[in-house]
Design a protein around this ligand. Structure first.
Ligand code: CU
Length: 141
């Protein structure tokens, strides 16, 4: 009897760590949005608690509907900052990546109107999806 309990415990513990290894957490911290003219930018910090690199490859806007989302970075050429599309944003093993003003961000386009927040779905390279609500905090200065 005792040996069965020990075997079951080992299986459960191995299963738990196997699950953690296969599906390590992605943590989204302090998401927020800034409104522009016919656009908006979303910023946040993404933490990868896994031992493999993960990449944010796509964003879908859930609310409000009908908006397009792109991944952008900001580059400075001849002293002028402009935005450039990127196809992915990668976060290394046990790494942290900050989407921030003047850097990488999620760009929303379309008929945005008056909104208090955006609900977006982040889609990662391993197929995982994370839903994030980003409250609006002011306009693009
Ligand atoms: Cu942009």
């Amino acid at each position: 009897m005792k040996i069965i309990i020990i075997i079951v415990a080992i299986i459960l513990i191995a299963g738990f760590f196997g699950f953690i290894a296969l599906y390590p957490s992605i943590i989204i911290e302090s998401p927020y949005a800034v409104l522009g003219y016919g656009s908006a930018a979303i910023y946040m910090t993404i933490r990868n608690l896994g031992l493999n690199e993960i990449c944010l490859v796509k964003v879908e806007v859930m609310e409000p509907p009908g908006l397009a989302a792109m991944l952008h970075t900001t580059i400075v050429e001849n002293g002028i900052a402009r935005m450039k599309s990127v196809d992915r944003i990668c976060i290394g093993p046990l790494g942290t990546f900050e989407l921030r003003r003047g850097g990488y961000h999620i760009m929303l386009g379309g008929d945005i109107g008056e909104v208090d927040s955006f609900k977006v779905k982040l889609i990662f390279s391993d197929g995982r999806e994370v839903i994030v609500i980003a409250p609006v905090k002011g306009g693009l200065g």
